[in-house]
Design a protein around this ligand. Sequence first.
Ligand code: EPU
Length: 429
Amino acid sequence: MDRIRIVGGAPLNGVIPISGAKNAALPLMIASLLTRETLTLENVPHLADVALLKRILGNHGVDCMVQGKRAGQNGTTGETIELSARDIVDTTAPYELVSKMRASFWVVGPLIARMGEARVSLPGGCAIGTRPVDLFIMALRDLGADIDIDGGYVVARAPKGLRGAHIRFPKVTVGATHVAMMAASLARGETVIENAAREPEVIDLASCLLAMGAKIAGAGTSTIQIEGVDALSGVRHKVMADRIEAGTYACAVAMTGGEVFLEGATPSILQKPLEVLGEVGAEVTATNEGIRVKRNGSGLSPIEVSTAPFPGFPTDLQAQLMALVCRADGTSRIRETIFENRFMHVQELARLGADIQLDGQMATVSGVAKLKGAEVMATDLRASVSLVIAGLAAEGETVVNRVYHLDRGFERIEQKLGACGATIERISA
Ligand code: EPU
C-alpha cells in the first residue's frame, strides 16, 4: 500500500487548481442510467471512487469512454467521459461492488424508474457510522415501488412504472434527495420532495437533469417539485468544482501560513467554512476566478463550530478544521451532528501531539504550541487528509499510511501541495 511522507514546516505559496467535485460527479455518472442516449460529463476528477463507479455502471451495461479512449487511462486534467446506457443488461448491483462505495447504492433510483426493477445490495456500515438506507426505501415506496429486503439486497419492483408522490424526509439526506429526484424525473405525474438536501451537488445534478429534459423546480431549496417525463435525453454537462477540496486546501494554508490561490473554487458555496477560517485567523478573499487564502505570522484563534447540512459547516471539512485548531491559542469546541462516528482522526492527531478530548459528539481541542511528526494511519477519506494538514505543520517527518483513502477523494494531492512548496512525496509500495 502506498504511503505519503511529509516533512513539515514549510509555508504554502502558489496556485492550487481545484478539481471537479467527487460528490457531484458520482450522482451525475449514475444519472446516465436514466437515458438511452449518451451523457457526456466534463471535468470529472481522477479518483478511485470514479474508477470504481465506472466499473459498477459497466456491470449494468453502461459503456464508458474517456475522450474517445477506453476508460482507465490517466492524465493530469479532469476527464471528459461519455456514458452510454443504451441497453441496461443487468438490474442487479452486487455486494462485492456496492460494499466498496456507499454511493453506488444510488443506482437503485434510476434502475427502478427506467427498468421497473432493481436489485441492489445493502451497502453495509462504514467507518464513519451506520448510515442506514431507510429514507431511500421510504422515498421509493412513496413513489409506488414495492420493496423487499432479501438476502442482503433491496429488491424494488414497479412493473407499471413509478408515480409522482409527496415525499417528506424526516431528516436531511443528500443521497436520498439525489435518488428521489432521479426516480421522480421518470415517474408519472408530480412529485414534491420536502426537507430536501440543499447541497450545491443537488443543484448540479438537477441542472444536468433539467438539460436532459426533466422538469424540476426548487433544487437548492428545501422543497423540490418534479413533473415526471416519459424519457430523458443525452446532454453535455460540466461537473462543478469541488468545494470540499477547496476548503481542505484553505485549511492547509491557514495551518502552514503563506498565500495560495485556489483556482476555480466557488466562494458562494463555501461561505460558512470561509467565515470560520476568517475567525481562526486566515485572510480570505473571494474573486470571480477563485479564492485567495493567506496567513502571515499571526497566531490561530480557537473556534466553536457544529457541523450541519448546507449551508452550515460541512461534516466533510470537520476533520480538516480540527487539525487546524490543534495549534490554536486556546480551546476550540467542534460538534459533529451528521455522522455518529466521524472522529477517527482524533487518536491519530494525538499521535502528532494534539490535545483533544471527546465527549459523545463533541470534541474539545486544546491548542498546543507545536505538533511533532509521527507515523499515522486513517480509516476514511477526510480523516486522512486532516493528518496531511497536521503533518504539513508538524516538526519533522510524518508518514500517512493507507493512502488509498486519500485517493478516493483527492486528486494528485502530493503534486498540488508539492507545487506550493510542501515537502511531500508518495512512497509506492
Ligand atoms: N441517513 C439515514 N437514513 C438514510 C439516509 C441517510 O438515517 O436512508 C442519515 C445518515 O446516516 C447520516 C445523515 O442521514 O446520519 C446524512 O446522510 P446523507 O444521506 O446526507 O449522506 P450521504 O448522501 O450518504 C453524502 C456525501 C458524504 C457527506 C454527506 C453529508 C456523497 C457521495 N457523499 O453522503 O460525503 O458527508 O452527504 O453531507 O455525496 C465524503 O465525501 O467523504 C462523504 C462522506
